[in-house]
Design a protein around this ligand. Structure first.
Ligand SMILES: Nc1ncnc2c1ncn2[C@@H]1O[C@H](COP(=O)(O)OP(=O)(O)OP(=O)(O)O)[C@@H](O)[C@H]1O
Ligand SMILES: [Mg+2]
Length: 247
């Protein structure tokens, strides 16, 4: 018999929000190592709030976040990052007036100085675009290139879990495709990915599983291919008239 696969991340009845207001309620989920899970929900449902709770940048009310077999909900974000939780928040999060090279150096801030050059070399080997744009200010990259730079800045510290909040927002269809292909490549290297995406169809196509959130609560979960064909999901998030075989 195969040994049981332990989840890379387990959320147990997580309730989190801001100030005195819980926004996400009693949310539970298990993410298997190297899998891609998409978190679907309408505007204001609480998707970003859940990602922030996993990274530790908002108020945690109750529940457990189990990462690599240990509870991390009491740890500050930098400690979670050190243990392997990487987070690329919603919106642009590079240093636009600094070059690609300088941005990558900033991404190394939690690593000992002796590891910076090696970490950057490794990343640039995987993302040759970064080498090509080495001296260009990040703010002058295309939106898709900036998104890939932002993922690379987090990947420098070799996280085993990557939380991505709306990585394709505002990008052309071609650039969205580049970002999705990059996310697939990251997961294929063994990193577990939890992604929130406005392009629900595109995200479901690259995902193994999907979680659906409504008003801060889990509404549905399952294999991405099943969620994609669920009539309620098609109606609410996929324009209501998507073929089962739609790419
Ligand atoms: N820093 C904050 N302080 C207080 N309330 C907040 C804060 N950030 C978000 N909220 C509230 O939490 C709720 C959920 O917001 P959240 O950003 O998690 O939604 P979302 O699902 O990510 O939406 P979107 O698809 O628009 O990004 C909203 O009612 C929002 O007003
Ligand atoms: Mg959001």
């Amino acid at each position: 018999m195969n040994a049981p696969v332990h989840p890379a991340l387990e959320l147990v009845s997580v309730t989190a929000g801001y100030g005195d207001n819980p926004i996400v309620h009693d949310f539970s989920a298990r993410l298997l190592p190297g899998s891609i899970t998409t978190l679907i929900g309408g505007n204001g449902a609480g998707k970003s709030t859940l990602l922030r709770a996993i990274y530790g940048t908002n108020r945690f009310f109750s529940g457990q976040i189990v990462f690599k077999g240990e509870t991390i909900e009491g740890l500050p974000p930098w400690e979670r990052l050190k243990r392997g939780v990487g987070f690329v928040p919603q919106g642009r999060c590079n240093f636009p007036a600094m070059s690609v090279a300088e941005n990558l150096k900033m991404g190394c801030y939690t690593l000992p100085a002796a590891r910076h050059a090696g970490a950057i070399d490794r990343l640039v080997g995987s993302f040759p675009m970064l080498r090509q744009k080495w001296s260009i200010d990040a703010g002058n990259l295309s939106g898709g290139e900036q998104q890939i730079l932002e993922m690379a800045m987090v990947l420098l510290v070799e996280p085993t879990l990557l939380l991505l909040d709306e990585p394709s927002l505002g990008l052309s269809p071609k650039m969205q495709g580049d970002v999705f292909a990059t996310v697939q490549r990251i997961a294929a290297s063994g990193v577990t990915v939890l992604i929130v995406e406005q392009n629900v169809r595109g995200a479901l196509l690259i995902s193994d599983r999907a979680l659906v959130m409504e008003q801060g609560r889990k509404f549905m979960e399952g294999p991405a291919a099943e969620v994609r064909t669920d009539p309620r999901i098609r109606q609410a998030y996929l324009g209501g008239n998507i073929q089962h075989t739609a790419a």
